[in-house]
Design a protein around this ligand. Structure first.
Ligand code: XIL
Length: 371
């Protein structure tokens, strides 16, 4: 099923493969029915501060009993346009989607997201170019020589970043390259394993050549606090910047759970990076919880979740250069959490019917207070 769908998409993408398909004129922003512009997250945000979401599609969605959310759920699209001024492809720019076969690119879905963003006055975060996960089989099992792999990565970065040149505000160039103990993932990550750590600098250089204006990021989870992993990033980025490698930012995914305490040193940690002159960002925030038997969160759980969302936002607002704050989906209807974390869920700011949870209101009020 998946391969048939992909094959069709590739043909369609080939037919449309002129970047001019990305040109769109700005249309008036749709409003969530019943809510005024001011009563939205993007309407409440201070000037220059981007409030984003992942765009649901691909990945776990393909095994769920609903059609592709982004292209088929009209109410979803209305909320997406009304509430956010930044979007990230949840899966559609990952290798397995955008480069499904050797030499074959499938830009169809990514183009649609970029076009939607233009139409609704949104910026785009690109995700991701060098990662150990969601790579196509042809790449992982290809037995390429080091020189072959290097040119595959170079071509991919030039082609993908080049296609969206001028349309992507921030790229997650390298994703999750360190383990929790701060060691490079030299076993699972094909690039680090086969090409050594020097490939990281090359990836940033190639991305910069392809789109000199895009801000280039390292992105990871479990780096919200000062710890071995965030220390490893601080050391690596310091070293790369001394070598004039074009690294612009460091971002904390922030997949949190109320099962654990809030990472209270998030602001302190981000400030270490900002002190190097880097941008920082929150890129994938969600706050999951253990669901009661009924499946319905308690009021206390929702209040605690709202508190985690607020504290994450406040930390970012308090750091110079942290002007991009993205939640990993806005409705529980499409969240990846129940699929990946057994027994947990309700991690986003809206219910299945797009009703606003306390976390939504807390975010909006926190933004409004900073205007
Ligand atoms: C997740 C997506 O949300 C799922 O749809 C997919 O099945 C797996 O990946 N860190 C990342 C994201 O950088 O790309 C991941 O997204 C979540 C963890």
């Amino acid at each position: 099923m998946k391969s048939i769908r992909l094959a069709t998409a590739v043909v369609v993408a080939a037919a449309l493969s002129v970047p001019s398909t990305l040109v769109a004129t700005a249309a008036p922003v749709d409003r969530t029915p019943g809510h005024s512009a001011k009563d939205t997250l993007r309407g409440a945000a201070p000037k220059g501060f981007h409030i984003g979401t992942a765009v649901a599609g691909g990945g776990h969605h393909e095994s769920q009993p609903y059609p592709d959310p982004f292209t088929s759920d009209q109410p979803y699209r209305r909320v997406l346009a009304a509430e956010f001024d930044s979007v990230s492809a949840e899966n559609q720019m990952k290798w397995e989607y955008i480069h499904p076969e050797r030499g074959t690119y499938n830009f169809g879905m990514a183009d649609k997201i970029v076009r939607f963003a233009k139409q609704h006055g949104q910026v785009v975060r690109g995700h991701t170019l060098l990662w150990h996960s969601q790579n196509p089989a042809w790449l992982e099992q290809g037995n390429f020589t080091a020189a072959g792999l290097r040119s595959i990565l170079r071509d991919h970065i030039k082609r993908v970043v080049g296609r969206y040149k001028g349309s992507i505000q921030q790229w997650d160039v390298a994703n999750e390259i360190f383990t929790d103990t701060g060691a490079l993932r030299t076993t699972e990550n094909i690039w680090l394993r086969e090409l050594g750590p020097g490939i990281i600098a090359d990836a940033f250089r190639w991305a910069h050549e392809a789109d000199p204006k895009a801000k280039l990021f390292f992105n990871d989870y479990g780096v919200e606090s000062v710890n071995a992993k965030s220390d490893a990033y601080l050391a690596l980025i310091t070293q790369l910047r001394a070598q004039h490698v074009p690294v612009d930012g460091f971002s904390a995914q922030s997949h949190l759970s109320i099962r654990y305490g809030f990472p209270g040193d998030l602001e302190t940690n981000l400030k270490r990076f900002s002190a190097l002159g880097l941008k920082t960002a929150i890129t994938e925030l969600d706050v999951r919880m253990d669901l009661p038997e009924s499946g319905v969160p308690t009021e206390a759980q929702l209040a605690q979740q709202a508190d985690y969302y607020t504290r994450t936002l406040t930390a970012c607002l308090n750091v110079r250069g942290c002007d991009s704050f993205t939640i990993w989906g806005f409705t529980d209807k499409y969240s990846w959490v129940p699929v990946f974390f057994q027994g947990e869920g309700a991690a986003t700011v809206m219910g299945d019917d797009f009703s606003r949870k306390p976390a939504y209101t807390a975010l909006r009020n926190t933004l409004a207070a900073r205007r």
